[in-house]
Write a protein of this length. Structure first.
Length: 123
């Protein structure tokens, strides 16, 4: 077989290289993956609770007022309120994480503000 014919054949599936996307490096000085996974709320659970709250709000308002329009408006208002609370909780978690970093750098206990028995560890 000529060399040109061999080069034109596609590579078999098993011989192809698998290209995986590179993960983005983090700029954080401390690793919070363990803590974040422990405290994180799974998306399915969050979505189910969100849908349950919005549907129960819509049904309650509809049975109280017998108005579809009012039920839709109050459900949208409830959704907006939930989004604002979620954003505020994210800001609080970022603020608390920042305070924990500073307290860890100074060797202070977060709850009491006094020096801890363990020295601060710097990576």
């Amino acid at each position: 077989m000529p060399a040109a014919a061999l080069a034109a054949e596609p590579a078999p599936e098993s011989a192809r290289r698998i290209v995986r996307p590179m993960s983005r490096p983090t700029r954080s000085r401390h690793d919070m993956t363990r803590q974040t996974r422990r405290m994180a709320l799974p998306f399915r659970t969050f979505f189910r609770v969100l849908v349950l709250v919005l549907c129960s709000n819509a049904v309650t308002v509809y049975f109280a007022s017998h108005s579809v329009r009012l039920a839709i408006v109050t459900t949208l208002a409830c959704s907006l309120l939930l989004q604002m609370v979620y954003f505020a909780s994210l800001l609080f978690l970022v603020w608390r994480s920042n305070c924990a970093c500073r307290a860890g750098e100074k060797g202070l206990s977060i709850s009491t503000g006094e020096g801890s028995s363990k020295p601060a560890v710097r990576p």
